[in-house]
Design a protein around this ligand. Structure first.
Ligand code: BES
Ligand code: MN
Ligand code: ZN
Length: 508
């Protein structure tokens, strides 16, 4: 699909008018009525511009085959543009011809071009790729298709730019959705590694993958402990680094040279991302019930967010220094699998008493966090993980849990969450919860005895491995990585975090 931004009237015979339910609606509808040769009253009667409401007008006048009115509801938020357009185009992509006009000018919606194009491009996504009769891409998304977006003259330049960003974002989000949606036999640690390598080669960032032997040499004992139940699909440790060419020649402090009283230029701030990459979580010996276990193919949603952010940041050539670390493993069961009661070591050297093998995410993140802290000294560390069912119990599916030891960072992330619609809600990280993770036999245990505040105690566990870093945020995305949408009857991938992280890096 090719997108043309134009100030001219489109020659397309199928036209879409998005409309907001506001004080201008009646006037806009009468303009459309005039345009298509209908009475204003009829249109105003039949179309209220509710969110996702559509009205199709056929062959109203010469040269115009179809006119769609698309409602955005009252005072739509930025994310509503993505949702409404994604849903409309997903549901009508098979009916749309190769030339479609989209009029943003009438209702003055040009400022949302990025979100609108993002939603439209995301509508190409399909989950049914494993069906033997898997349909080929809808005509509308083929190369011949031209989508003409009409904007006011003064928006041409900005709309061209933001349309590209919206399209680039959707491309990466769709790749991440496909990865998170991939079944456990199509996706294992090595597959995540290959995704990273290919993405790095294509978009320009460095990728190093450590196999199980190299992980042992590095001392990633907690990661390897979780991986012990999977001899066929061993663990991988993925380290990615993107340094904007605009920063390459700037003097960045090297490791060991940093001095806190000499602040670095804002641009050379190093941002470290860590993503939980459990490609399938059976629970291990502390095995899960089978009810929704199939959803545990999405237990690498945090890794997906990090892979997506690396790719998109590199694609958009953002002026940042970004490091992404993904500890990846399955959490499976065999005779060699990790057992409750085991005391294991970790990259940090700290010992961990394993109470429950289903609390595996925090074990592998412990290694990821200590590794990134020690080897890259990032100014900011953000980890993302489908970590606890308890976070879903607390916040449901509307917001991810945010736990941070830095108010400024937390507030920035909360704000970006609102702006992108990938919402976050802060939970406390007080030391009141710390002692719940004390172990009688080791430095820390991986599960508290009290079945309360599970999302917080998990974060307290992680905090133990950031080695005093003072600018860290943990995002518990258990309820957000996989969700309900028009794409599937069951839950499917959301690519949560890709846009959030990229928007954060664009703004801060
Ligand atoms: N991957 C799960 C968390 C999860 C649950 C993600 C539901 C998405 C949806 C995690 O590894 C896990 O099993 N957590 C346990 C922790 C418990 C054993 C302390 C949980 O939440 O029950
Ligand atoms: Mn688990
Ligand atoms: Zn898990």
């Amino acid at each position: 699909m090719k997108i043309n931004i134009t100030a001219n009237n489109t020659a397309a015979k199928t036209i879409i008018f998005p409309l907001v339910d506001n004080e201008k609606l009646a006037e806009n509808l009468s303009k459309i009525a005039k345009h298509v040769g209908l009475s204003a009253e009829t249109l105003q009667q039949d179309f209220k511009a509710g969110k996702k409401e559509t009205l199709t007008l056929y062959g109203a006048i010469e040269g115009l085959e179809k006119v769609y009115l698309l409602g955005l509801g009252k005072a739509p938020k930025t994310i509503d543009f993505v949702k409404v357009f994604r849903s409309f185009f997903y549901n009508s992509k098979k009916k749309l011809p190769n030339n479609v006009g989209l009029k943003l000018k009438l209702a003055g919606l040009e400022a949302y071009t990025e979100q609108i194009v993002n939603g439209i491009c995301l509508a190409e996504y399909e989950v049914g790729i494993y069906k033997t009769d898997a349909k080929k891409t809808a005509e509308f998304f083929s190369e011949e298709t031209v989508l003409e977006i009409q904007v006011a003259e003064n928006y041409i330049e900005s709309a061209k730019k933001t349309a590209k960003i919206g399209q680039a974002t959707a491309e990466t989000q769709a790749r991440i959705m496909a990865l998170v949606d991939a079944p456990a036999n199509y996706k294992y640690p090595q597959k995540l590694a290959e995704f990273a390598i290919e993405s790095g080669q294509k978009y320009g960032f460095d990728v190093k993958v450590y196999d199980e032997k190299q992980c042992l040499e590095l001392g990633l004992h907690a990661l390897l402990a979780v991986g012990r139940g999977s001899t066929e699909n061993p663990a991988r440790f993925i380290v990615m680094e993107y340094l904007s060419t605009s920063l390459e020649n700037q003097p960045t402090a090297t490791l060991g040279e940093r001095s806190s009283d000499l602040p670095l230029p804002e641009q050379s701030r190093r941002i470290g991302l860590v993503g939980k990459g459990v490609t399938f979580d059976t629970g291990g010996i502390s095995i899960k019930g089978s009810a929704s276990m199939s959803y545990m193919k999405s237990d690498m949603g945090g890794a997906g967010a990090v892979l997506g952010a690396m790719e998109l940041v590199a694609k958009l050539k953002l002026p940042v220094h970004l490091i992404g670390v993904i500890p990846s493993t399955e959490n499976c069961v065999d005779g060699n699998a990790l057992k409750p009661s085991e005391v294991i070591s970790s990259y940090s050297g700290k010992t961990i008493e394993v109470i429950d093998t289903d609390a595996e995410g925090r074990l592998i993140l412990a290694d990821g966090l200590s590794y990134i802290k020690k080897n890259f000294e990032p100014d900011v560390i953000i980890d993302l993980a489908t970590l606890t069912g308890n976070c879903i119990a607390a916040l449901g599916y509307a917001a991810a849990g945010l736990l941070s030891n830095n108010d400024e960072l937390a507030n920035q992330l909360l704000e970006i969450g609102q702006e992108t619609g990938e919402k976050l809600w802060r939970l406390p990280l007080w030391d009141d919860y710390k002692d719940m993770m004390n172990s009688d036999v080791a430095d820390i245990k991986n599960l508290s005895a009290a079945p309360v505040a599970g999302a917080i105690t998990a974060a307290k566990f992680l905090e133990f491995f950031i080695d005093g870093h003072t600018n860290w945020a943990h995002l518990d995305i258990a309820g957000l990585a996989f969700g309900d949408s028009e794409f599937a009857k069951m839950k499917s991938a959301t690519a949560y975090g890709v846009n959030l992280l990229t928007a954060f890096l664009r703004k801060y």
